[in-house]
Write a protein that binds this ligand. Sequence first.
Ligand code: GMT
Length: 383
Amino acid sequence: MLRIGIACYPSIGGSGIVATQLGHELCLRGHQVHYFSYDVPVRMLQCECSCEFHHVDVPAYPLMRFPPYAMALASKLYEIACEPGLDVIHVHYAIPHSMSALLAKQMIQRTTGRTIPFVTTLHGTDTYLVGQEPSYRAVVQHCLQESDAVTAVSEHLRQETIRIFELSKPVEVIHNFVECKPLPEHRLKDIGRAETGRTLIHVSNFRSLKRVEDALQVFELVSRACPCCRMVMVGDGPETAAAHKLAEQLGISDQVTFVGRATDVVHYMNSADLLLSTSEIESFGLAIAEAMACAMPVVCTRVGGVPEVVEHGKTGFLCDTGDVCGMACAVLQILTNPSRARSMGIAGRERVEKYFSPDVIVPKYETLYQNLLSSFPSSAEPF
Ligand code: GMT
């Protein structure tokens, strides 16, 4: 049994969701989990395990235009690592969490002589986008190099991380996982039925890289051939207002429902028939795997780690980024062929169960922690 500190973003977003689900699973497996963030992680509120949450206080002072969150997180990690004690620190999303973990590790070493190893899990934009900002790059590179282990949520992200940060250390791929919840009765009956196969769903944080406008344009083309179909847009972000405007311009506002931020995405997925993901980059695509777990076929862009998740032609279709016509054709191929839709949905769920389930993925993290602890014998305290 290990005492594991997890630092993550608390908001609805892939990295925070994965971190919280991991904490939950580790707790169910008998480990003691401590979360660190500036707010209670959204998914933590929905689970009933005995994980502890440590609020990171960031005091403001008039001199500081930008209160130093990374420093406050390092202090909190240090405090809890000393008492009640941690065996390993696992940070999700490198910026700024791995910097705080490195600082905490050094402070613990200096004051107690113990070494508490830390793992950095990269989620995507910390490598592809934000990590490459000249203001952050050198620090991210240093913190990855100094992490006791670095993991990436896909092979694509692993390769890009090594290339971009010129890392001389290994990066291990540990894919994301999603739970395959029992399908509701209506869904079991309805998968792929022609008369119900008409609701598309798009789930994202409406940032520009999600190309939400492409999703609406695809839907507009699909609705010409299939006038009764509907589109549910789940999420919120900087492009939300533009998306509403575009829906009006395209004359599809009556068929498109914007539901905003949702904590229970599965609820919407279980009432939809096809997921459309139009991103220009996606390290993994958690929403895609969540849709597959709901036995839903997917039409996605062939980017980043998405081809590791979606098997083209079997669990959905992969198209080129921006190929609105190609994506509309792929959607129509599925909507107009109920038996294909059904077999794709079922194949997707099977794929998630086989490769991206908690039982397959969580032991990989446990093994990683154990291996680190055995290479730092001084770190293990009796627990
Ligand atoms: O999609 C985002 O921009 C949010 C980001 C996050 O960290 O919250 O998502 C990234 O991490 C997810 C969980 O590992 C992945 O499923 C997403 O594909 C990844 N997003 C990108 O790579 C753009």
